[in-house]
Design a protein around this ligand. Structure first.
Ligand SMILES: *Cc1c(COP(=O)(O)O)cnc(C)c1O
Length: 386
């Protein structure tokens, strides 16, 4: 720390700048993750039942009933620490994915693991590559680790597609200093996806010194014939990490569990910085139970696909541009009236996600809700657009 920093007295305890100057280099330039609206305040204002929450891509149907039962079943154990290894959940995941338990790492949400991998493999002097209009956490992770971000341009936006990933641009952004590359497939917030063949060819061209993270938070929702999880490509690529979550299709966002599937050696290195009890007791039990209920997952997937199509058609019928999506949300272009529409919807208790922070300020991201939620959204939208 420099002499001037030490000499400057703290002006007052709320002076963020004074404390920020003492943070590590990466953190000095960082802005905290923007979670969107203050939903707690909005629920208080409108009443939770009146509010139509379509801003955070949560599963509106909730988790499997067996996951709920598993939580209740463990309440008598709240005074105990959870299993620090998460062995039962790992065993269940290993079975579902056909991988070994030492190829799994559990996180307090995949957000935690996406941050952690940058802490481990990137730092000052290292470069991290990720796409424009990609998930916000990639930029946060790189910056917090003190690494240099190299943002690859997206494909040009067309009438049909909303600026999806440009694999050539991602490859071109890689340098000898690159240690990490992030990519979400399907992508949040564009809803776009990459086909199996494109991904396979892409990975074949990524140099071995780059660890590639495929964030597959929406994999369970994807049903395009050409979509494949990167899990199938792991054998050929010892630098490949697959990120999954229980927050979306499994409907367990409130319990915070995500996981990585990656080579055992890589997982062992990440284990060194994992907080020992990062996944809590109730979360471990709920996720293990949820994995056993394939029927619920299939039902959610089918309901989501049906409502996604219906919502897309209803929005298009109102003259809006709706981009194709393989997720549980749609990106919709509102043009110049975007923020006015968004604010007017909030006044009617309908919460969508503004996209300014993602460089898509003329669009809103709309989570596919239940039929009733989508109906209420459309009714409010008709008032606002009138
Ligand atoms: C929602 C989402 C996640 C999930 O984050 P959790 O921390 O597991 O809840 C991860 N990646 C993307 C792209 C997402 O949209």
């Amino acid at each position: 720390m420099s002499a001037t920093l030490e000499a400057a007295p703290c002006p007052n305890v709320h002076d963020e700048a004074w404390y920020s100057a003492r943070a590590s280099r990466g953190v000095q330039a960082l802005k905290a993750y923007d979670p969107g609206h203050d939903l707690v305040a909005l629920r208080r204002r409108f009443g939770a039942a009146q509010l139509v929450e379509l801003g955070s891509n949560e599963n509106p149907y909730g988790p499997s009933p067996v996951a709920r039962a598993a939580v209740l079943d463990r309440l008598h154990e709240l005074h105990r620490y959870p299993d620090p290894l998460g062995a039962d959940l790992k065993r269940a995941l290993a079975r579902v994915h056909g991988v070994r338990e030492d190829e799994l790492l559990l996180g307090n949400g995949s957000h935690e693991l996406l941050m952690m991998i940058a802490q481990v493999f990137a730092g000052p002097g290292a470069e991290v590559v990720y796409p424009r209009h990609g998930f916000a956490v990639f930029a946060l992770a790189a910056q917090a680790a003190g690494a240099t971000s190299r943002v690859a341009d997206a494909l040009p936006r067309t009438d049909a597609m909303p600026a999806g990933h440009d694999l050539e641009a991602l490859l071109a952004a890689i340098t000898p200093a690159t240690t990490l590359l992030y990519l979400a497939n399907p992508n949040n917030p564009t809803g776009t996806w990459l086909g199996a063949e494109a991904l396979r060819a892409f990975l074949a061209r990524v140099p071995d010194h780059v660890i590639v993270v495929f964030d597959e938070a929406y994999a369970e929702m994807a049903d395009a014939p050409d979509y494949r999880s990167g899990l199938a490509l792991r054998d050929a690529h010892p630098n490949l990490v697959i990120s999954r979550t229980f927050s979306k299709a499994y409907g367990l966002a409130g319990l915070r569990v995500g996981y990585f599937v990656a080579p055992a050696g890589l997982m062992a290195v990440m284990e060194r910085v994992r907080e020992s009890f990062n996944v809590n007791l109730l979360a471990l039990a709920a996720c293990e139970a949820a994995l056993g209920d394939a029927e619920h997952l299939a039902w959610v997937r089918a309901r989501n696909a049906e409502e996604r199509t219906a919502l897309g058609e209803a929005l298009r019928a109102r003259g809006l541009r709706v981009f194709p999506s393989q997720t549980n949300f749609v990106l919709v272009e509102f043009g110049e009236r975007t923020s006015a529409v968004e604010r007017a919807l909030v006044e009617r208790g309908v919460i969508l996600r503004p996209m300014g922070g993602y460089g898509l300020g003329d669009c809103l991201r709309i989570t596919v809700g239940t039929r009733d939620e989508n109906r209420r959204l459309l009714a409010a939208l008709d008032e606002v657009l009138a």
